[in-house]
Design a protein around this ligand. Structure first.
Ligand SMILES: NC(=O)c1ccc[n+]([C@@H]2O[C@H](COP(=O)([O-])OP(=O)(O)OC[C@H]3O[C@@H](n4cnc5c(N)ncnc54)[C@H](O)[C@@H]3O)[C@@H](O)[C@H]2O)c1
Length: 308
C-alpha cells in the first residue's frame, strides 16, 4: 500500500510516517519545509519537496498512484490565521482542494485529514465535546479545518472516496517546534532547559486537552481501517491548565522558577476538551501515554537536542 503523507517533515506528520513505515507501508512525503525539517524525514520514505498548492502535485499523484492520502501539511497557527485569513485559506483550503482533486483523478481510496478538536467546536457548551457538539469555529484556522471536512464529505458522497477527519486535541511530544506561538509544552520545556523564565499568558487557567504524539500516530494507523470513516475526536477527555503544565515541567527541569504571568492573549478559547469515545468504539483506540510520561519524554527530547 502506497501512502502519501503531506506535512511528513513536520512534528505530527513525521511520527505518522515512522509508524506507517514500521508497519511495512510504502510512504511518500510531500512537504515544502516551511515548518518541517529534513532531519525529521524518515530515510525509508520518498520525499517530494513541494508546496501543496503547486501544479506539480498533479505529476506526483499521476506517477505515484497513492492508495491513501494522509493530509497533515498546513498553516498551523491560529494567530497567523487571524492576522492573515487569506494566507490561511490559500494553504489550508485551496491546498487541500488541490490535493483532493488529484486524489480523485488518480485513484486514491481514502483520505485521512488532520482536523482540530480544539477549534472546530468554538467555545464549548458541553465538556468534553463529542463529535455531535455544535461546530462554531471562532478563528479562520478553525473555519479552514471545518471546511476541509465538508469538502471531504462532498468527495465521499460524489465520488465514493472514503475519509477520516481526525479532530485532535493539543498534540505534544518530541519534535514539536518550540519557536512558534503555538505548542506551550515545547515552548516552556525549551525555555526551562535554557534556564529562562517562561511567561504564562493571562491567569493560566485556560484549559486544553493534551494528547501525546505517539497516540496520535496510532490513531492514524487505525484510521486506515474501513471501520474508521467520518469525523472523530482524538483526545484524552481531560482538561489541563497552563499553570499545571508549567508546574510539572518546572519540576522535571529542576524547579528553579516561580509562576510569572503576562497579558492574556485576546481571542483565545477558555476551555477545550474532547471525548474520543467514538474512535474507541470504532477501532479500540485510546490514549496509552499518561500526561506525566509524555511530558517526561518531551523534556528528555529537548534535553538531548541541547546536548548534541
Ligand atoms: N499540533 C497540534 O496540536 C495540532 C492540533 C490539531 C491539528 N493539527 C494539525 O496537524 C497537522 C500537523 O501539525 P504540526 O503540529 O505537526 O505542525 P508542523 O508545522 O510541524 O507540520 C506541518 C508541516 O506542513 C508543512 N507545510 C506547511 N505548509 C505547507 C505547504 N503549503 N505545502 C507543503 N507543506 C507545507 C510544514 O513544512 C510542516 O512540515 C496540521 O494540519 C495541523 O493543523 C495540529
Amino acid at each position: 500500500m502506497n501512502i502519501c503523507v503531506t506535512g511528513g517533515a513536520g512534528f505530527i506528520g513525521s511520527h505518522i510516517v515512522d509508524a506507517y513505515i514500521n508497519q511495512g507501508y510504502t510512504v511518500c512525503i510531500i512537504d515544502n519545509l516551511s515548518g518541517g525539517t529534513r532531519g525529521n524525514i524518515n530515510e525509508k520514505a520518498k520525499f517530494y519537496e513541494c508546496d501543496i498548492t503547486s501544479p506539480e502535485i498533479e505529476k506526483i499523484f499521476e506517477h505515484e498512484r497513492f492508495d491513501i492520502l494522509n493530509h497533515h501539511a498546513a498553516q498551523i497557527d491560529v494567530r497567523i490565521s487571524v492576522r492573515n485569513p487569506k494566507f490561511d485559506a490559500v494553504t489550508n483550503i485551496i491546498g487541500g482542494l488541490n490535493l483532493y482533486e488529484f486524489a480523485r483523478r488518480f485513484g486514491v481510496k481514502k483520505i485521512i485529514f488532520a482536523s482540530s478538536g480544539g477549534t472546530v467546536y468554538g467555545e464549548q457548551t458541553e465538556f468534553p465535546a463529542t463529535e455531535n457538539h455544535t461546530t462554531n469555529p471562532i478563528s479562520p484556522y478553525g473555519v479552514s479545518k471545518l471546511s476541509n471536512e465538508h469538502y471531504l464529505s462532498y468527495y465521499k458522497n460524489e465520488y465514493g472516496i472514503d475519509y477520516a477527519a481526525l479532530r485532535y486535541g493539543n498534540v505534544f511530544g518530541p519534535r514539536q517546534n518550540p519557536h512558534g506561538e503555538a505548542g506551550v509544552v515545547a515552548i516552556f520545556a525549551k525555555k526551562l532547559l535554557e534556564n529562562t523564565q517562561p511567561v504564562i499568558n493571562g491567569d493560566g487557567q485556560n484549559t486544553r486537552d493534551y494528547v501525546y504524539v505517539a497516540d496520535v500516530a496510532a490513531a492514524n494507523l487505525a484510521a486506515i481501517s474501513e471501520e474508521v470513516s467520518g469525523a472523530y475526536n482524538v483526545g484524552t477527555g481531560r482538561e489541563r491548565t497552563v499553570t499545571e503544565i508549567f508546574d510539572i515541567l518546572n519540576n522535571l527541569t529542576g524547579g528553579h522558577f516561580g509562576r510569572v504571568h503576562g497579558d492574556a492573549k485576546s481571542g483565545e478559547q477558555r476551555r477545550s476538551v474532547i471525548s474520543a469515545a467514538k474512535l474507541g468504539a470504532a477501532c479500540g483506540w485510546q490514549p496509552e501515554t499518561s500526561f506525566e510520561v509524555g511530558l517526561e519524554r518531551t523534556v528528555e527530547f529537548f534535553r538531548n537536542i541541547r546536548r548534541s
